[in-house]
Design a binder for this molecule. Sequence first.
Ligand code: SIN
Ligand code: CO
Length: 397
Amino acid sequence: MSSDTPLAILGGLTAEAFLRDYWQKKPLLIRGAFADFESPLAPEELAGLACEDGIEARLVEAHGPDKPWQVSHGPFDDATFARLPDREWTLLVQAVDHYVPEVAALLEAFDFLPRWRLDDVMVSYAPPQGSVGPHVDSYDVFLLQGSGQRRWQLGGEQPDDAPIVSGVDLRMLERFEVTPDEDWVLEPGDMLYLPPRIAHHGISQSADCMTYSIGFRAPSTDEVITSFADYLGEMQSETSRYTDPDLRPIEHAGRVDDDAIVRLRTLMLSVIDDPAQMTQWFGRVMTQPKYADQLAPLETPTDSDAITEGLAKGHYLERSLGSRFAFHEENGRATLFTDGDGHACPPGLARLLADTTPLHAATLASHLDDQALTLLATLVSHGSLHWQDETQEDDDE
Ligand code: SIN
Ligand code: CO
């Protein structure tokens, strides 16, 4: 995709113009971002997911059985849904793209952004007047209206210490003042982009309001420092340590002098300031699955011969939902990162594997040497890739 192609999903803006003028800067309302959009999920299907073990789901009730703005966590059961009133509650299900292929497919439209920045697609359902209250999020989000109508009101950028309503398990803003002209009703296919820290309040206007939040992530400074330090720490030899053969006579034995700090700084920077290691660490960390349990390694690992045979039979490989792939390329060599691992890989194959196309024999043909077959076998054994055969294909249709 070229950065100067106008994109329907951005209301005809090019990726370049969107990134320059809006990304991480200001909200953008996009009417008809997805033409003739039909929600891939019905409210009952979302409720079904919220009843499953291991799926992160929340229910927000404006007038809960125990208190106002009560938040409860799934898994829920039929009895929960049976007791709910016909207005003023919201069901939120996290990472629906990890469970529903049609929801995962929506993400391809966001390929003008680096995929490692993506977190997940949260889907909400709310009857009339359902809302989670005015709040800010720490991350960029695209709020796509899936079905029904939702009124979105924006309240400008908030400082980190904006007062939050106490005694409620939602980070609801104490003060929310709607910015003039930033008050819209979104119809199916309409989408609102919000950068971090913009106050927003979405209120369902219909009995079938479903909103898809395509959420991004950005690691905190705290996370990157501790995680990189851990990664580097494990690679240091025990004999490598602080040295001071240049020590000069001292004035006071109790002083930590500046020379010691300079030596420490030199020691630390010599380890930290290493872009190659940083790449290896970052690719691994950013492809760790959101839910480690979702990755299902094979009980009996597969091998290269099985890959050759499977492809010859016309079966093909697919990335598992919830698995994360990325690659880094430099000087004609690449590392493929999958679900927290790093693999040396020819650049052409790395690009193909870290894309979204299904991996048929014909697609893989020009890459299939011994190294590629071994890598594919490893990825299938780890659960990052899995076979699709004709039977499953029929089931999907
Ligand atoms: C919702 O879908 O109800 C809330 C989404 C959000 O405000 O982040
Ligand atoms: Co929000």
